[in-house]
Design a protein around this ligand. Structure first.
Ligand code: SF4
Length: 475
């Protein structure tokens, strides 16, 4: 699996000074699966912003020395990032901070704005100068511009989001407010929780509920699609139906792969979604086998579902190296085979001589699946029936993941039988696209990378490659 989520966002609001940087550190550490290229924290010390951001994992960037330099503060925002638009240089690290005529603002954003290039072009024609290539700077520009003629930061944000299309789950921090906003389609998750400190409620905003648990906060609720929630000394205030009502299009791939299985998104457990996918696969694509094996980590929950539905025993047939991050890079000469074998190892005693149902969350190019199957055969598996807990990828994603080229997707140019042959499986079955709504219950989903039905207009020129091309043309 080589698809990456773009980002995780986290924010803290307290009426009294608190160790907001430590809370944000723990929050980001729990959201590390959403982005491992860079991270950052901005603490609000009575209106003065103190920040640190850099390339690297949370534990690498936020060293003991760095953490000790943060003051206590009533608020903080944090961000961890995998760059899908804008590359992975230091300038694109978040949160982005801006000083403007009426104050300052820090912004942590998850998602991709599908009309960002159009907005950026317009702003540049009006004299704006951009310092980074990320969508988030475009949002920062819009908000600070609107702030000049608005009576409050809330009003400026409301005016700005009217202009945005695509995916945005954002934590804004002004000198006195923490503001959480989720786009009207609800592509990316965002929720908040609370805990008591010294007799006062402390509010915590997070991309996923797993990070609330990590700081001892109780989940309150998801930020609704098209909602802005403002945390200030006046309490918690909600503004709904931003940008008018739109069809909910929550990213189904959050449930299949991106999110942590212990998170709950829009009221539904991610573990449950994956477990259901496994059960559906067992009904749709039964197999004669001795053992069901999941590819760690995101194939495990679906493997359990398949095993329960089929009554084939569930077993641990693959072990993941715990010390390998998603950013591990093998020396070029060693190639993909070594990379897969550094990440995963077969448990020979469990699989030797057995017919196996192997469950993974997706197939992109097919190279990783082929390596895993080769490895299991070498360890003595007699048959391998591969089942995928997602439909075949056929289209790019414009909403914050790096599924960005049809050329890289094996299912675009091969039939299921053809893919089965290439990866060397005895049989292959993908989750039927019609069954996706069952994974999340009644809520609306985005499944555009499988169906090609995009919930927002896709403008010419909003692709990452076009963005990069446009930048190089200007140089
Ligand atoms: Fe998620 Fe796919 Fe929609 Fe992107 S296109 S938001 S990955 S379901």
């Amino acid at each position: 699996m080589s698809i990456h989520e773009e980002c995780g966002v986290f924010g803290v609001f307290s009426k009294k000074k608190i160790n907001a940087s430590d809370l944000t550190y723990y929050g980001l550490f729990s959201l590390q699966h959403r982005g491992q290229e860079s991270c950052g924290i901005v603490v609000n010390d009575d209106g003065l912003f103190v920040s640190h951001k850099d390339l690297g994992l949370v534990t690498e960037v936020m060293t003991k020395d760095v953490m000790q330099k943060f003051p206590l503060g009533k608020m903080a925002v944090g961000h961890c990032r995998y760059g899908t638009t804008g590359g992975n240089d230091r300038a694109n690290c978040q949160p982005i901070e801006v000083n403007h005529k009426k104050g300052r603002l820090a912004i942590a954003h998850n998602g991709n704005i599908s009309n960002a290039i159009l907005i950026r072009d317009k702003l540049e024609e009006d004299g704006a100068i951009f310092h980074t290539t990320s969508d988030t700077e475009t949002i920062a520009y819009l908000v600070t511009r609107h702030r000049l003629e608005s009576s409050s930061i809330e009003e400026a944000i409301l005016k700005s989001v009217e202009e945005l299309e695509g995916a945005f789950s954002i934590c804004f921090m002004s000198p006195t407010k923490l503001i959480a906003v989720r786009d009207p389609h609800g592509f990316r998750p965002l929720c908040y929780g609370t805990f008591e400190n010294d007799g006062e409620e402390v509010y915590v905003v997070s991309s996923e509920s797993c990070a609330l648990e990590a700081v001892g906060a109780k989940f309150v609720r998801d930020i609704k699609p098209g909602e802005m929630v403002v945390f200030s000394n006046d309490g918690v205030k909600s503004y709904e139906d931003l940008c008018g009502s739109k069809e909910i299009s929550s990213c189904i791939f959050e449930n299949i792969y991106f999110a942590r299985p212990d998170s709950v998104i829009d009221g539904l457990s991610v573990h449950e979604s994956r477990y259901k996918a496994g059960r559906i696969l067992a009904k749709e694509f039964p197999a004669q086998a001795d053992l069901v094996v999941g590819v760690p980590d995101s194939g495990l929950d679906a493997a359990l579902g398949y095993a329960h539905e089929s009554s084939i025993p569930y077993g641990i047939g693959l072990i993941k190296n715990k010390y390998i991050g998603r950013t591990f890079i093998a020396p070029a000469s060693d190639g993909r085979s070594r990379l897969v074998r550094m990440k995963l190892a077969p448990v020979e005693s469990a699989i030797k001589g057995k017919s196996i149902v192997l469950i993974d969350d997706s197939i992109v190019r097919g190279t990783t699946s082929k390596e895993i199957i080769d490895m299991l055969r070498q360890a003595g598996a007699s048959q391998i029936h591969m089942r995928i807990s997602a439909p075949p990828f056929l289209n790019p994603c414009y909403y914050g993941t790096d599924i960005d080229s049809r050329d890289n997707l094996i299912a675009v140019s091969h039939t299921v039988e053809g893919i089965c042959q290439i990866i060397g499986a005895d049989s292959l079955g993908f989750l039927p696209v019609e069954s996706l709504p069952q994974l999340t219950g009644a809520k609306g989903i985005c499944a555009a990378c499988f169906t090609g039905q995009y919930p927002t207009p896709i403008h010419d020129g909003n692709r990452k490659d076009r963005f990069d091309k446009r930048l190089s043309e200007k140089e």
